[in-house]
Design a binder for this molecule. Structure first.
Ligand code: AMP
Ligand code: GLY
Length: 449
């Protein structure tokens, strides 16, 4: 360890945190990475602790023992509970906003109110904390579909697009009467349905400076061709050629920069990543939601494409010195990430199945396998084995100059992994290729004309 090396503490246990740990482990600035609670893959690059992400006193105690030079908070739950504030108050450099900033994700009604106050384009909406009033409002709606959302954190599963009044009433009952999302559904938002293509934008900010990251595209629905229920994300690609520079600029100008101004004017100390989900409507980009953390699996593709050392970037964000760092460099290649999920996901996934083939999967050209729901156990014979322990088990990533080759490699790697009940989407990145083929045809038609 040299004198300018730091210890890093990472909080979380998903593919996102594995990707962050994997990337930080390559930094000459880091002497040691500690991750809590981590997973079987993170154990290869970090020392694991057993403190849960919502155990704030436990996490504070761990930080005090370790004295890390940087703390990276991965998921939204500890951010919403105010872990960022508590660690910052204790003198640590923390990547991740405080509770007030995290409320942008943790309460849809709060973020709507801010967006409306600061004229940030979004769907119009009404907030309700009684099911009777919500149903009364729905009875007067003439435009369908309507979108019904649990106010609080629901792991991406609290949104119902309702085609008619009957469906909408069922959704209100499920959220408010049956408590499908627990306290997250104590109040709801009923929102105008927006039409268009979805896109997301990730930007680091320390409250003053904004650093827009490369475009990256998730696949939210569980099934090929965007069918079935929403998940936390089934696969990813980056860059996103269908998101033209012109549209990206428009998003920056009309949504991202006003959002940063909004944080500033509301005096919200925000040091972390702002992840904005958008609908590209005919009238321009409109915000669907704010998140206050890296997307998962979006983060996996972003770190694979980031050529620069990530540690100075995260440190500068935590330290409010983002204006002082060099512009990050990105790999020109395409990254494709395929999520290996366990049967039952996004409902109740089966767990405890032995995972084989991880080494062979990692040997495929350019492939890196990030773990999410995995854990290391011992068999009765005392041998170590890795078993499934969650709905999204792994994200298999691969890179290549063209997306077709990247996809071939990602699926080749995915196919080497074996566990009972494994499934994935087979069309990750295909949307992009369909677009490329159309563009090529129109170029040919133009040059032939
Ligand atoms: P959220 O959890 O708010 O990101 O919503 C999950 C998904 O629901 C989004 O990715 C969209 O596909 C869809 N969605 C949310 N709000 C709307 C809306 N106002 N209009 C149309 N689709 C929406
Ligand atoms: N992949 C979407 C999310 O992390 O919210």
């Amino acid at each position: 360890m040299t004198s300018d090396q730091i210890k890093v503490l990472v909080i979380g246990s998903g593919g996102r945190e594995h990707a962050l740990c994997w990337k930080m482990a390559q930094s000459p600035l880091v002497s040691e990475i500690v991750c809590t609670p981590g997973n079987a893959g993170i154990a290869d690059v970090a020392k694991l602790e057993k403190v849960a992400v919502t155990d704030l006193p436990g996490l504070l105690k761990l930080a005090n023992e370790l004295q890390p030079g940087l703390i990276v908070i991965g998921p939204e739950d500890p951010l919403a509970l105010g872990l960022g504030d508590q660690l910052r108050d204790a003198g640590f450099k923390v990547f991740g906003p405080g509770a007030e900033g995290a409320k942008l994700e943790a309460s849809k009604a709060f973020s709507k109110e801010l967006m409306d106050r600061h004229r940030i384009p979004t769907a119009s909406s009404r907030s309700f904390d009684r099911s009777g009033q919500a149903k009364g409002y729905l009875e007067g709606c003439t435009a369908w579909p309507q979108v019904i959302k649990a106010d609080g954190l629901a792991a991406g599963k609290g949104v119902y697009i309702c085609a008619d009044l009957a469906e909408a009433k069922l959704a209100v009952d499920a959220i408010m009467e049956e408590g499908r999302h627990g306290t997250a559904g104590a109040s709801i938002l009923i929102e105008e349905f927006l039409e268009g293509d979805e896109a997301s934008v990730f930007a680091l900010t320390d409250g003053e400076t904004v650093l827009v990251l490369e475009p990256v595209q998730d696949h939210k629905q569980v099934g090929d061709g965007d069918v079935g229920p929403n998940t936390g994300g089934m696969g990813v690609y980056s860059p996103v050629p269908e998101l033209s520079k012109r549209i990206y600029k428009q998003i920056e100008q009309h949504v991202l920069l006003p959002s940063i101004h909004m944080l500033r004017r509301e005096k919200i100390d925000f040091r972390g990543v702002l992840f904005i989900g958008l609908m590209l409507t005919e009238g321009g980009p409109r915000v669907i939601e704010y998140n206050v953390r890296f997307g998962d699996p979006e983060c996996q593709a972003l770190v694979r494409r980031l050529k620069s050392d990530i540690v100075p970037i995260l440190l500068a964000t935590a330290d409010a010195k983002l204006s002082e760092i060099d512009t990050p460099e990105w790999e020109n290649q395409t990254c494709i990430g395929v999520v290996a999920a366990a049967d039952g996901y996004p409902g109740s996934p089966r767990k405890g199945d032995r995972i084989d083939g991880l080494e062979a999967a990692g040997r495929v050209d350019s492939a890196v396998v990030f773990h999410a729901g995995t854990k290391l156990t011992r068999t009765l014979d005392g041998d170590e084995e890795i078993v499934t322990s969650g709905g999204r088990v792994l994200t298999v990533t691969a890179m290549a100059k063209d997306s077709e080759e990247a996809r071939k490699r990602a699926y080749e790697s995915y196919d080497k992994i074996k566990f009972a009940g494994k499934f994935c989407r087979r069309d990750i990145g295909r949307r992009r290729e369909a677009r490329e083929a159309t563009d090529a045809r129109s170029r040919e038609a133009t040059s032939g004309a």
